[in-house]
Design a protein around this ligand. Structure first.
Ligand code: NAX
Length: 332
């Protein structure tokens, strides 16, 4: 039998935590033969709720679940963890400025970065979900220089899955038959969902999405804005932000990172740019990646047209701006 993996979830007492926990405990994230120990961290204010969640996890009698730690102590939470899913943070409320949200999260991510650096397993893989996700991941990377850059990522898979869903609905095909969509850039409304390399499995082989959807106008406008604004649309309809789709995307992200993407297939992950596609090195930017042996690599050599170039640069520029705002708050 495999050794249990320790999975830290910060902000576990929140909405996404509640949906994510049973998925992890049932093996959706790491596979049906991988025992796990869950470490849950939240703030003092949420300590009681966190304990309640621990009780429910015990009551779930999940065969793969070998232990649950519920704590408000960041050191205890981080100790020896192999995987860290960072849901904890200060979300943007109506009336808060974006720069204030950045500054509140910078202090959280600086502190948690150093706890991870000192106490997590040396090869711990980190997924930042809390917004602003890319910039929080950047702060974590800058504040924890001994964690290898390649082990720090942010969640773009929800956007990726939303884009797959829109194409599948439009073409009335199975979502599992659509592949190789790309989300470029920031997890914000400047993200660029790109279908130029996407294909659909049909009875006559792989066909390009551009061939199958003759309506270029729809692909270049409505499709893009629908994906960009999907989070807002969910809030409007549910009066709460995305939860089950976010939790599911977290599992997809970690699953594919650890267990690999099928040959010829890629997914979108926010990773540290190495300058690929002329994106400034060091930014945490969403790229198409394929994964093998627990490592992601950016898919190279895709042709980028002028339309895409402009959108990829616009979202990079927003990240550069967020980065400079975050740097003003670092070390304060
Ligand atoms: P909630 O506000 O329900 O949960 C956040 C939890 O974090 C709370 O329980 C809070 O007490 C805790 N927390 C705050 N500061 C903390 C700290 N210093 N240490 C530990 N815990 C702390 O938000 P939820 O709906 O669960 O969303 C979690 C985060 O994901 C939010 O920042 C949200 O904006 C972000 N999202 C990012 C997505 C992405 O695709 N990257 C999509 C989903 C989601 O909106």
């Amino acid at each position: 039998e495999k050794e249990p993996l320790k999975v830290l979830v910060t902000g576990a007492a929140g909405q996404i935590g509640y949906a994510l926990m049973p998925m992890i405990a049932r093996g959706v994230m790491l596979g049906p033969d991988q025992p796990i120990i869950i470490h849950m961290l939240d703030t003092e204010k949420a300590a009681e709720a966190l304990n309640g969640l621990k009780m429910e996890l015990i009551d779930g009698a999940f065969p793969l679940l070998r232990g649950v730690v519920a704590t408000t102590d960041v050191v205890e939470a981080c100790r020896d963890v192999n995987i860290a899913v960072m849901l904890g943070g200060k979300p943007r409320r109506e009336g808060t400025e974006r720069k204030d949200v950045i500054s509140m999260n910078v202090s959280i991510y600086e502190a948690q970065a150093s706890a991870l650096e000192q106490h997590a397993a040396a090869d711990c893989k980190v997924l930042v979900v809390a917004n602003p996700a890319n910039t929080n991941a950047l702060i974590l990377k800058e504040s924890a220089p001994s964690i290898p850059e390649k082990n720090i990522t942010c969640l773009m898979r929800l956007d990726h899955n939303r884009a797959l869903g829109q194409i599948a609905e439009k073409l009335k095909v199975r979502v599992s038959d659509v592949k190789n969509i790309i989300i470029w850039g920031n997890h914000s409304s400047t993200q660029y969902p790109d279908v130029n390399h996407a294909t659909v499995a049909t009875s006559s082989g792989q066909r390009s999405v551009r061939d199958l959807i003759a309506d270029n106008e729809w692909l270049n406008t409505e499709f893009i804005t629908t994906v960009q604004q999907r989070g807002e649309a969910i809030i409007k309809a549910r009066k709460r932000s995305s939860v089950l789709s976010a939790a599911s995307a977290v599992c997809d992200h970690m699953h594919d990172w650890l267990l690999g993407t099928p040959k010829g297939t890629w997914v979108s992950m926010g990773v540290c740019s190495d300058g690929s596609y002329r994106i400034p090195p060091g930014l945490i930017y969403s790229f198409p990646v394929s994964c093998q042996n627990g490592e992601w690599s950016i898919v190279q050599g895709l042709k980028i047209d002028e339309f895409s170039r402009a959108k990829m640069d616009a979202t990079a520029n927003e990240l550069i701006e967020e980065k400079s705002q975050a740097y003003l708050c670092l070390g304060q």
